[in-house]
Write a protein that binds this ligand. Sequence first.
Ligand SMILES: Cc1ncc(COP(=O)(O)O)c(C=O)c1O
Length: 363
Amino acid sequence: MARVINFNAGPSALPLAALERAQRELLDFANSGMSVMEHSHRGREYEAVHDEALSLLRELLQVPATHDILFVQGGATQQFAQVPMNFLGPGGRADHVVTGVWGEKALSEAQVVGKLQGGTARALVDAAPYHTLPETLPQDPGATYVHLTSNETIHGIQFAVQPGSDFPKAAAPLVVDMSSDLLWRPMDVSRFAFIYAGAQKNLGPSGIVVLIAHKDFLATGRKDIPKIFQYRTVAEARSLYNTPPTFAIYLVRNVLAVLKEQGGLAARERENRAKAAAVYDVIDQSQGFYRCPVDPKFRSVMNLVFRLPSEALEDQFVAEAKKAGMVGLKGHRSVGGIRVSLYNAVTLASAQTLASFMRAFIK
Ligand SMILES: Cc1ncc(COP(=O)(O)O)c(C=O)c1O
């Protein structure tokens, strides 16, 4: 078996131990004579997995009792619409901090929903062309919530990435798309009203979205939208209102168990910083051969973007890296260049292998 070094932006690398556990358990889960995929979501075997996934998330992120953890489907993209469906009522206003393509999409969907429901959504901040982030936010009162994207996966910019730094203060409950950086380090969950994250970066496979929401904020959600779209429905049913993607949640459980075994999020933060530093150091010492367009204060530790002197060299870089067993390095089609995704499952050794390759490539 030859596994490559996988720098994909999402779906992305998963911890080998989580995959091996799935392989071992695939045909006969917990001595039940069938796969976890074949179990009822109302059965004892699956429910144990479901509860373990929820409790591991609570433990790893130290989620306080004020907050519910929910599993929903539809991808983070569905949340762009579902968040305003729930919270943006008549006369309401959603203030969006737009710091990249994902933030643009979130605002655009909120504007559609706002029109339907009698609310408005606007850009509180527009940080185009997305090479830096605001250190503070305009404190404009009257918003129902403020929405931001903690890590813009395409542009490689991340809030609160410097040691000791925090998210900017908002004048209203903070709703954050953490799809590409949830679990990269410990954080204070209590300051967020609503967090959502597609699983396919740090948490597991695609097909499941994790929500972490303040109970009081959830209680403000509209009751006149279809039940299936109301977050309270999911919360009241412990994310078992209808059939969840059981195998995706099972894999999330496997990933979380590995994270815990590896020392939790403090250990992840140390390693993630070391991984990112290994690559950024090569960029900074390359005398302009590699150019990272991002303000150093907000360089992402999850998605590192850079350019080479020409597109031809970028193509050659990707092709030669592939020959050396490294894949997933092409930048997003909307921005080009190179993107290295160093999510939790990518090891320090892999980042160092890439850094050595980058040094050799200059020569
Ligand atoms: C920050 C961010 N938000 C939202 C999305 C959309 O996620 P999904 O494809 O699960 O809808 C992505 C996907 O990469 C993302 O990186």
